[in-house]
Design a protein. Structure first.
Length: 432
């Protein structure tokens, strides 16, 4: 906290009204592997402080990466200039006061991550995938460090963290591929061999795909395939996106959206984005966004909660509240128990044509299969999902039995869910 105290003391001399300082220090390593071989490794140590200040309702944010007096004074001088030329922000009310209790969360830091041999992880992943595939590529990342926060209202908190992320793409042929990812804060809940095995199995099943036929399908989305849609729901629940007209959940409080539950859980055990405080220092919590299909609340920070005469949900972003870990659930069973269906294991290029209505499209990638009488009958290719998020939600039928925690390049926000069966999904052909 010493660096944060020094920065705060410099800022207080400028008669700043509100100060939030958030320091992130991390040791990170990454391995990239291509065609069964490690091709790139990298190690990096970083430390930076995110600075938020307000004066007369004018707000400015920046960051500091050098903590000597000269660098701090230079940054503060720039802040002073920015404040002088900024306009008051009518949406800003205040930062939280120092009056909260914080819940300790299990499995956010594992010292075993620090000494984990990255090469062993990658080699075991590749060997597992090659039992069903001919070549394997991907990335493995690990990190550990700490996040500290200090505010002018007296909040002082610190949290240690560790993270593991593995992305594996296995190939049987050029057209037959499978993709899996795995994310965990602790080593005991991280299984790279299983991740590689499942990627290889999908690739093996994808041999000789036939041209897909557009139409309406009962679709089974794997967690990896549906995570980008779940992330979009969490984003749409941010009061910032609601107010800016970028949310398909606008005016939907109290509305029945389907038969499912969606929770944002900032205190989730082993949650990739779990932490006992948010970016304002407010305690994080478990928030029921959608219960029994009914939208209950939006995500708030301290200022927006005061404007709406409610309580913060502990989701700051100071300007834009954001979800921590999104947990999607509902009635569980055998999602493959359908007479005719389509199984999508992965997607890419998820794009919204209209954020306010929820119209979107996404392209299935890697293994995609027709389902006949509850079993995979044949792989197919060249199809696109072209639908509406609200339409998908109202047509959710069933969830699988086993949840996964998903993060991916298509879904930065952790999504915890099982495979999901959705009826009458609109499937089209991709455009060239």
């Amino acid at each position: 906290m010493q660096d944060l105290e020094r920065i705060k003391d410099f800022l207080l001399k400028e008669k700043i009204d509100n100060i939030i300082l958030k320091k992130i220090s991390a040791d990170q390593s990454m391995i990239k592997f291509v065609n069964n071989k490690i091709v790139k490794t990298g190690v990096e140590s970083t430390s930076s402080v995110e600075v938020f200040v307000s004066k007369d309702k004018k707000i400015v944010m920046t960051s500091i990466k050098e903590f000597d007096d000269k660098s701090i004074k230079t940054t503060i001088s720039k802040l002073r200039t920015f404040l002088e030329h900024s306009q008051p922000n009518k949406n800003f009310v205040s930062i939280p006061e120092n009056k909260y209790n914080y819940q300790e969360i299990k499995d956010l830091y594992d010292p075993k991550v620090e000494s984990l041999d990255e090469v062993d992880v990658v080699n075991s992943t590749i060997n597992s995938a090659l039992k069903n595939a001919s070549r394997v590529s991907g990335t493995f990342e690990k990190s550990h460090g700490s996040i500290s926060i200090l505010t002018s209202s007296g909040i002082t908190q610190k949290e240690k963290f560790s993270n593991l992320y593995l992305s594996v793409r296995a190939f049987k042929t050029k057209e037959a591929s499978g993709h899996k990812t795995g994310s965990s804060r602790v080593l005991s809940k991280f299984n790279p061999e299983q991740i590689g095995k499942e990627a290889g199995e999908i690739a093996n099943l994808s041999m000789n795909p036939q041209e897909g036929v557009p139409g309406k399908y009962n679709v089974i989305f794997s967690p990896l395939a549906f995570a980008p849609i779940v992330e979009s729901i969490g984003s749409a629940a941010s009061i910032f996106n609601v107010e800016s007209g970028m949310s398909f959940l606008h005016n939907k409080i109290g509305t029945k959206l389907g038969d499912f539950d969606l929770t944002d859980n900032g205190i989730l055990e082993n949650g990739i984005n779990s932490m006992k405080f948010d970016s304002e220092g407010y305690p994080t919590q478990k928030t029921e966004l959608i219960k029994n299909g009914v939208l209950k609340t939006f995500l708030h920070n301290n200022s927006s909660s005061q404007r709406y005469k409610t309580k913060s949900t502990g989701n700051a972003g100071i300007i834009s509240p954001h979800p921590h870990n999104l947990v999607l659930d509902g009635v569980r069973g055998n999602v493959f128990d359908v007479k005719n269906g389509l199984y999508i294991t992965n997607v890419w290029y998820t794009r919204f044509q209209n954020y306010a209505t929820g119209d979107f499209s996404t392209i299935p990638r890697d293994g995609m299969f027709l389902i006949k009488n509850g079993i995979i009958s044949e792989p197919v290719k060249n199809l696109r999902v072209s639908d509406n998020v609200l339409n998908l939600l109202k047509n959710i039928q069933l969830f699988g039995k086993e949840k996964e925690q998903i993060t991916s390049w298509e879904a930065d926000t952790p999504c915890i869910m099982a495979p999901v069966l959705i009826r009458n999904v609109n499937i089209t052909k991709p455009t060239n």
